[in-house]
Ligand binder design. Sequence first.
Ligand code: HEC
Length: 121
Amino acid sequence: MNPIKVIYSILAAGFLFAVLLGVIGLNYQETATETAGAEAGESGETSASSGGEPPAFMNQCMTCHGTDLAGQGSVPGLKQLDLSKEEIVDIVKNGTNAGMPGGLVPGKEDQVAEYLLSIQE
Ligand code: HEC
């Protein structure tokens, strides 16, 4: 056989092998995910029960209010508010004199207020 053909067949064999491994790997992953899902269901663990990730516009609030928005240090949590939607919009727009900056999410105040009202505990 000429050497070029030998190299080609080695490359082809290697490629097939890689594809095969990929397929096996994918199947394995699927099985693993299914198993994990079944286990979580059985034990009643629902990691998704928190309603999923907060929208991106909440990122700026997390630096002060905590990644779970439950407050940290002297900054109050945002999950037990006793505020109306209008009051929240006002605070988010204008801030307060006690450390809450306004104007962080220009134009999104309504969405922020609605999101906060949706996560009240
Ligand atoms: C620089 C830190 C900081 C950031 C960033 C911040 N906050 Fe605040 N926030 C505070 C502090 C401090 C208070 C308490 C102020 C007060 O009592 O007047 C507060 C109070 C609030 C309150 C009133 C809570 C209550 O119980 O009266 C709301 C609502 C609020 N923040 C929403 C937000 C939202 C929404 C964002 C993101 C767009 C945000 N905050 C970003 C520091 C921050």
